[in-house]
Design a protein around this ligand. Structure first.
Ligand code: NBP
Length: 468
């Protein structure tokens, strides 16, 4: 009999998604460009309703109409290649869902092209990595509502659950789903960088060891910072390297990889004129990390602060709590930036994003899942069109009561010469955002001086220029 869902691309994500779909009682047909991945999936899925196919014709033939095809191939050219190969084999009313990390601008173009052919297209962000795909990711579908309705039940069934809430909801038309997934990843970059800075400050002042970090992160995970990323970090600090017997985290080279979604978030922030400095800084830090050789040379040449007094041990406990607060405050800033970016894009692209619902689905399955997303959800419940999350009472209160510690931690880091760009840029964002007066009066004067760019005045309407 024909199968209900088709999955193309059986690397980690596609394979696990196919297994997840089958576990929820849907029959599945799969296809992969090269044969081995199909064979290995079938080997693993002997007891499931999954059939392997070895040509696209066979794959499309195996599917019930309207066909529901999920693409899980590498983002970029591979998606267009697959779409172009599928088009002649499909009928009107069939549906293609791209579940990879595609650039939302590509998704907008692809949606248009396919909708013109009466083929439904759903650009869908899926977060949770390999494990999420297998047991329940957060799912961000974008496309026409009609296309969404075709996939709604399947996506909700396979998604993560928080209580009885499914972590899948309609995001908006064309590129909205992939846009939100991109911002999710941007926030993820920031969140990870902030955690790493908290680790670095404590490591370089208190000389803490991996087991001590394990204890601290385990404690932190019980409170406001409760989240997947803190949880896995606590776990990481436990792991020993079987070869050397050292803690594995201490044996890992400090050079970070990246796949592009953080960079896109920075690019589109600049494009839309929305400040997201914490996110962009996190991307820059990955770039600086990859300049390892240069850093090692610079370390020998460039001096840090003169006196590096040992940190007073008796203040350790208090300082660890201050770092926790600084981390939470900075994290709030990073999320506020990400949500402002989504708000701006929603207006720009006419997506009508429901930011409260987005916070809601981020609570499970995805990498940035965290207790505090409940707070974001509540903020949007209270005021659907809040301009910036920092203006919500809860966040406002945390930031003002934690700011003393936040500033103290950054001061300490600066005086020790410990690099904390994401902590600092979060605080700078906070201070700029709450400034009724910025020094841009001088900047406008400079622009007018060298370029006759004109300026406005505080005391009267109009545009002015001075022969300086
Ligand atoms: P990859 O991104 O590594 O892509 C590998 C898959 O793409 C294989 O099935 C490969 O087929 C297929 N493929 C390539 Br490469 N070029 C192709 C082409 N021209 N035509 C057809 N198929 C082609 O796989 P992944 O890590 O499973 O990720 C899939 C998608 O999900 C990506 O967009 C990724 O960014 C996204 N994502 C990944 C994660 C994660 O944790 N890995 C998390 C969230 C989202 P082959 O076997 O024949 O080479």
């Amino acid at each position: 009999s024909k199968k209900l869902v088709g999955v193309i691309g059986l690397a980690v994500m596609g394979k696990n998604l196919a297994l997840n779909i089958a576990d929820h009682g849907y029959s599945v047909a799969v296809y992969n460009r090269s044969r081995e991945k199909t064979d290995s999936l079938l080997e693993e899925a002997k007891d499931k309703d999954i059939i392997g196919t070895y040509s696209l014709e066979e794959f499309v033939e195996a599917l019930e109409r309207p066909r529901k095809i999920i693409l899980m191939v590498k983002a970029g050219r591979a998606v267009d290649d697959m779409i172009d190969k599928l088009i002649p084999l499909l009928d009107k009313g069939d549906l293609i869902m791209d579940g990879g990390n595609s650039n939302y601008l590509d998704t907008i173009d692809r949606s248009k092209k396919l909708e013109d052919m009466s083929i439904h297209y759903l650009g869908t962000g899926i977060s949770g990595g390999e494990e999420g795909a297998r047991s329940g990711p957060a799912i961000m579908p974008g496309g026409s509502l009609e296309a969404y309705k075709i996939m709604e039940k399947i996506l909700r069934d396979i998604s993560a659950k928080v209580g009885s809430d499914a972590c899948s909801t309609y995001i908006g038309k064309d590129g909205a789903g992939h846009f939100v997934k991109m911002v999710h990843n941007g926030i993820e970059y920031a969140d990870m960088q902030l955690i790493c800075e908290a680790y670095s400050i404590l490591k370089n002042t208190l000389n803490l060891t991996a087991p001590e970090f394990h204890k601290i992160f385990t404690e932190w995970n019980k409170g406001e910072l409760n989240s997947y990323l803190i949880d896995i970090s606590a776990d990481i600090f436990k792991e020993k390297d079987p070869e050397t017997g050292n803690y594995l985290v201490d044996m890992i080279l400090d050079v970070a990889g990246h796949k592009g979604t953080g960079k896109w978030t920075g690019q589109i922030s600049l494009e839309l004129g929305v400040p997201t400095p914490t996110i962009t800084t996190a991307v820059y830090e990955r770039y600086i990390s990859s300049m390892k050789e240069e850093r090692v040379i610079a370390h020998k040449v460039l001096k840090g602060p003169e006196s590096n007094k040992p940190f007073p041990k008796e203040q350790a406990e208090e300082f660890i709590e201050a770092v926790r607060r600084a981390l939470y405050a900075s994290k709030i800033i990073a999320y506020a930036q990400g949500f402002s970016l989504m708000r701006a894009a929603s207006m720009q692209y006419d997506w009508d994003l429901n930011l409260g619902d987005i916070a809601k689905i981020f609570r499970g399955g995805c990498i940035i899942r965290a207790q505090f997303l409940n707070r974001i959800m509540e903020a949007y419940d209270k005021k659907k069109d809040i301009v910036n999350l920092l203006l919500d009472d809860y966040f406002n209160e945390i930031l003002s009561s934690y700011q003393e510690d936040w500033r103290k931690v950054i001061n300490t880091a600066i005086s020790y010469g410990i690099s904390t760009p994401a902590f600092s840029s979060s605080l700078a964002y906070y201070d700029s955002y709450r400034s009724a007066q910025l020094p841009m009066n001088l900047l406008q004067a400079q622009r007018d001086y060298f370029g006759a760019h004109t300026y406005m005045r505080i005391d009267k309407e109009g545009v002015f220029h001075t022969q300086w």
